[in-house]
Design a protein around this ligand. Structure first.
Ligand code: PLP
Length: 365
């Protein structure tokens, strides 16, 4: 971005947002004097204890730099190089991690399952596992679900429990990519334990970055045996922060007094407002139920081009296509109204004779 470009809140990703005041204050507080390095500091201990409080269980907690590392290292810890991981065909671990799960597991194969609304279901898991049982097939070892999903939907407790029953029957571990776990909890109004260890989740990648953190997601092992030597795995992968207090402190700011859920509920509410506004525009076709903090909509290609020319940044290649409009902890009502006003104006005013391909490029602008 050039220096004189206007700064505005976009709908491209919740990781466009800055650090929330509570995480920032904790970071500042942590920035005093010296602290023991490599996670042996008080901030890391406090953040891990707060996570144990949130989940009401003695889980093992590790902080890594981002969600890709959290997912790929935790998945790697579930099996051997000849195993496979089952996930939805648009799961981040399959489509957006550049092969990191395969790389960090020395070759585990990711097997893709179809399913409506970005979700997998027990029947699909069983079909994929039973497709082959011979030595030439990578042995299924784990299932990964994304909560909230890549298309902003949320697995209900019953859906997770049904998946758990199937994984138990088939001898598979259950991994949860919770980059937007906070948004899922805020939407469902449940206790975090109800959609994790009480629904059979063995390991959760708990996202803080999109919730108002700085950097640093948490890997939370509910099955503590699976955490065996995970610290070595992190170190080898370059994911053991020497100044760990700065990954951990924002978590303390987020987890104290329910800040994480307030921010997530706010982002969800902004997505609902955006959804309600778009639902009134005949040219906008909403693609998925609005549950977490995003709205996916098909818009005419000429208007996608025009919105981008008007300075709006958003993705069109995530999930099954369409425009992904993502709200963050700091999205304001006026941002939603301004976007919708521009959309309505451009539907009328923008030139309609643009090549369709111009609306579909991977880049944002
Ligand atoms: C579903 C999901 N999982 C994981 C991640 C984490 O990715 P990153 O490595 O960019 O932190 C993201 C980020 O976009 C995501 O959307």
């Amino acid at each position: 971005m050039s220096a004189n470009q206007e700064v505005r809140r976009h709908f491209a990703s919740d990781n466009y947002a800055g650090i929330c005041p509570e995480a920032w204050a904790a970071l500042q507080e942590a920035n005093q004097g010296h602290a023991v390095s490599y996670g042996e500091d008080v901030w890391t201990a406090r953040a891990a204890d707060l996570i144990r409080e949130v989940f009401e269980m003695e889980c093992e907690v590790f902080f890594v730099f981002n969600g890709t590392a959290a997912n790929s290292l935790s998945l790697a810890s579930l099996g051997q190089s000849y195993h496979s991981i089952l996930c939805h065909e648009i799961a981040h671990v399959e489509t957006d991690e550049c092969g990191a799960p395969e790389f960090f597991s020395n070759g585990m194969k990711v097997l893709q399952l179809p399913g409506p609304n970005g979700k997998i279901a027990p029947a699909g898991i069983e079909r994929m596992v039973k497709k082959r049982s011979d030595i030439h097939y990578p042995k299924p070892r784990a299932v990964s679900v994304t909560q909230a999903t890549e298309v902003g939907t949320v697995y209900a407790i019953e859906e997770l429990k049904a998946i758990w029953a199937k994984t138990k029957q088939l001898g598979l571990s259950l991994h949860m990519d919770g980059a937007r776990f906070a948004n899922a909890v805020a939407f469902l109004g449940v206790k975090p334990k109800e959609i994790t260890w009480q629904a059979g989740v063995d390991v959760l990648c708990f996202g803080g970055t999109k919730n108002g953190g700085a950097a640093g997601d948490a890997v939370v092992f509910f099955d503590r045996d699976l955490a065996h030597e995970f610290d070595y795995r992190c170190k080898q992968a370059g994911q053991l922060a020497s100044k760990m207090r700065f990954l951990a402190a924002p978590w303390v700011g987020l987890l104290k007094d329910g800040v994480w859920l307030r921010h997530a509920a706010h982002a969800n509410a902004m997505a609902q407002l955006l959804h309600d506004e778009l639902a009134q525009i005949p040219e906008a076709r909403i693609l998925f139920p609005r549950q977490a903090n995003s709205v996916f909509a098909d818009l005419p290609p000429y208007v996608i081009v025009a919105l981008r020319q008007a300075g709006w940044l958003f993705y069109t290649f995530i999930g099954e296509g369409g425009c992904r409009l993502m709200c963050a902890w700091d999205t304001q009502e006026q941002d939603v109204r301004r976007f919708v006003a521009d959309l309505k104006r451009l539907l009328v005013e923008a030139p309609k004779d643009v090549p369709i391909a111009a609306a579909n490029h991977r880049k944002l602008h």
